[in-house]
Design a protein. Structure first.
Length: 278
C-alpha cells in the first residue's frame, strides 16, 4: 500500500513537470521499465532513486523531501501480516495493505458475513470450509488468528468506516451449529451500532438487485492521492481494479445497493428477526 501511495505521488509529480517516462528514466539513470514499475508500486524503492526523482521534479523543500523519503522507507518495510506467510496467498497481501490504509471500505457479500464482522467461532467454520479437506486444523487456527488481528487493527483506527451490504442468504446459510449462528447474529447486531460500521441487509423480498457477478470490496482513501480500488476474489487469485471506468461502475452498483437495501436501523430489526428464529 505504501508503495502504491508513493508511486502515485511520484507519477503525479512527473506529470506536473510534463515529463514522459523515458525522459525521467534517462535523467535518473535507470530504465523506463523501472520508473513505470515504481509508479505502479510493484517494486521496492531505493532512497537514492527517490531522492534523484524528487530533485528532477523540483521538490526542494527539506520537509517535503523528508516526507517522501520516509514514505519510501515505510514502503520497503514488511507488513505485519508477514508472520502469517504460511497461510497467506501471495495475492492477499495487497488486500491487507489496502484494508489497513483505506479510510472507507464498502463491500457486498453474498456467501458469508464480512470477515471484519465475523465471530471467532464463525470464522473458524468459514476458514475450515475454504479449503476442506486439505486444510489442517493448525492452518485453520492460523487463518482465524489472522482474521481476528485484522478486526483488532480496524477497530483501533480512528475515522475509518466499514459500509457493508450483506445478502440475507449469507445470514441464513449455516456456518456451524445454531449456537454459532446465534452468536454471530448477536455480534452483527452489536457491531451495527458501532460508529465505524454501517451495516445493511439485502432481503430476499428486494426486487431491485443490481449485482449478478458476486461479492466485491471497494477501498477509498482520503488525502493520499490514491484512486479507489475494487477487489474481486477468484478461485485461484484475485483482481484489483483502479481505473475509473471500472471503479465508477462498481461505485454505481454500491449506490444502488445502499439505496435499495433497508436502512441500517431497519436492517438491525431484520437481524433481530433472524436471531429469534435461529
Amino acid at each position: 500500500m505504501r508503495r502504491l501511495q508513493l508511486g502515485t505521488q511520484l507519477r503525479q509529480l512527473r506529470l506536473e513537470c510534463g515529463l514522459f517516462l523515458q525522459a525521467a528514466a534517462a535523467a535518473v539513470g535507470v530504465s523506463e521499465t523501472k520508473i513505470s514499475r515504481m509508479e505502479l508500486g510493484r517494486v521496492g524503492f531505493k532512497r537514492a532513486d527517490v531522492a534523484a526523482l524528487l530533485t528532477l521534479y523540483g521538490v526542494e523543500n527539506a520537509q517535503e523531501r523528508a516526507g517522501f523519503l520516509s514514505l519510501a522507507r515505510e514502503a520497503n518495510a514488511p507488513g505485519w501480516w508477514q508472520q502469517y506467510y504460511d497461510v497467506l496467498p501471495s495475492w492477499f497481501s495487497t488486500f491487507l495493505g489496502l484494508e489497513g490504509s483505506a479510510s472507507t471500505i464498502r463491500s457486498y457479500d453474498v456467501q458469508c458475513v464480512p470477515a471484519l464482522l465475523q465471530t471467532e467461532d464463525y470464522a473458524r467454520v468459514v476458514c475450515g470450509s475454504a479449503g476442506a479437506p486439505r486444510v489442517s486444523q493448525i492452518d485453520v487456527e492460523r487463518r482465524v488468528a489472522l482474521r481476528m488481528k485484522r478486526q483488532e487493527l480496524f477497530q483501533a483506527q480512528s475515522g475509518h468506516v466499514l459500509h457493508a451490504v450483506v445478502d440475507e442468504g449469507a445470514l441464513r446459510r449455516p456456518f456451524g451449529d445454531s449456537a454459532v449462528m446465534r452468536q454471530q447474529l448477536k455480534y452483527l447486531i452489536e457491531s451495527s451500532e458501532r460508529p465505524d460500521v454501517c451495516l445493511q441487509v439485502m432481503p430476499f423480498s428486494s426486487s431491485g438487485h443490481p449485482v449478478a457477478a458476486g461479492p466485491f470490496t471497494m477501498f477509498s482513501f482520503c488525502d493520499t492521492g490514491m484512486p479507489d480500488v475494487v477487489f474481486i476474489e477468484q478461485l485461484d487469485g484475485a483482481i484489483y481494479l483502479d481505473k475509473l471506468e471500472h471503479t465508477g461502475t462498481y461505485a454505481s452498483v454500491l449506490k444502488s445497493l445502499h439505496r435499495d437495501s433497508p436502512s441500517p436501523q431497519n436492517s438491525r430489526e431484520l437481524l433481530r428477526g433472524l436471531l429469534n428464529t435461529a
